[in-house]
Ligand binder design. Structure first.
Ligand code: HPA
Length: 246
C-alpha cells in the first residue's frame, strides 16, 4: 500500500480530519525530526502527518532538520508527500489566501544540510531535478481542487529564500525578474531530499501576504495570520478531497 504523508507548515500544525491512531517517534542518522509523526486515517486512507516547524510551532525555516524529516518518512514507508507551505505572493494572481500548486523551484537558500549524497561514502550522485515536483501528485491536487470548485493556480515557480527575515523590496523585484511567482522559506531542500530518496513530492502553497514592496507599508504578522486562517481552511478542504480520492 502506498503511504501518503502530509507535511504541515505555518498555519497547519494539525489536520482536523485525521482520525489519529498513534504517534511515532523516529530516530534518524541525521538527528531528530521536527516532531513525532501523527499516524491516522482520513476516510479510511492511511495518512502520516508531520508538523514541519515542530509541535508547538518553534523551529524557524533555516533550523528545520529537513534530512531527518524526509529520512524518517521514508523509514515509515511513505511513498508520496504533500507539503503544505505558507508563502508570499509575487505575481498578480497570487493574492492573499489564494492556493497554488507550484511546478518549478528556484533555490536561494544557503548553509542548509541539503543532500543525502554529501560524498562522505565516496559516491558522487547527481539526481535529475528538471521537474522538482511529482506530476502525478500535482495532477491529483488540481483535480481535487476542481471537484470542489476551489480556485488554485495550477502552475507557479516557487522561490525559496533563507529567512527567517522576510525579503527586501529589491529582492522580491529580482525574484520576479527571475520568474518566481511565490516566495517561501521551506520548499528547499525538502523537495530535493524527497527526490533523492525516490519519493513523490508536491507542494500546496497558501498565500500569506504580498511579497515585500508589492503593497504600501510593512508586512505584519497579524496580516499573515488573518490570510492564513482563510487560506489554510481551503487547503484543508483540498487535502481532504485529495485524500478521499487517493
Ligand atoms: N517571504 C518568504 N516566506 C514567506 C513569506 C514571504 O513573504 N510569507 C510567508 N512565507
Amino acid at each position: 500500500m502506498t503511504t501518503l504523508a502530509i507535511i504541515g507548515g505555518t498555519g497547519l500544525s494539525q489536520l482536523a480530519a485525521l482520525n489519529i491512531t498513534r504517534h511515532e517517534t523516529v530516530n534518524t542518522p541525521y538527528g531528530n525530526p521536527s516532531a513525532d509523526f501523527i499516524i491516522g486515517e482520513i476516510q479510511n486512507k492511511r495518512v502520516i502527518f508531520l508538523a514541519r516547524h515542530g509541535n508547538p510551532h518553534a523551529i524557524p525555516p533555516h533550523k528545520i532538520n529537513y534530512r531527518a524529516n524526509i529520512w524518517a518518512l521514508k523509514h515509515l514507508g511513505v511513498k508520496d508527500i504533500i507539503a503544505v507551505a505558507a508563502v508570499g505572493g509575487i505575481t498578480t494572481k497570487m493574492t492573499p489566501a489564494h492556493l497554488a500548486i507550484p511546478d518549478q523551484i528556484i533555490d536561494y537558500t544557503y548553509s542548509r544540510e541539503h543532500t543525502f549524497f554529501d560524498g562522505n561514502d565516496g559516491n558522487v550522485i547527481h539526481i535529475d531535478f528538471t521537474y522538482p515536483y511529482s506530476q502525478k501528485l500535482r495532477a491529483g491536487l488540481i483535480t481535487a481542487a476542481a471537484s470542489v470548485n476551489l480556485q488554485v493556480s495550477p502552475i507557479a515557480t516557487y522561490g525559496c529564500t533563507q529567512g527567517p527575515r522576510l525579503e527586501t523590496a529589491a529582492e522580491i523585484a529580482r525574484m520576479e525578474r527571475d520568474g518566481c511567482d511565490i516566495v517561501g522559506m521551506t520548499g528547499m531542500p525538502e523537495a530535493t531530499l524527497a527526490k533523492e530518496l525516490g519519493m513523490d513530492y508536491a507542494a500546496l502553497a497558501v498565500m500569506a501576504n504580498w511579497g515585500a514592496g508589492k503593497t504600501d507599508g510593512e508586512i505584519t504578522m497579524a496580516e499573515i495570520e488573518e490570510n492564513l486562517h482563510h487560506g489554510m481552511a481551503n487547503a484543508a478542504v483540498l487535502l481532504q478531497t485529495f485524500v478521499a480520492a487517493y
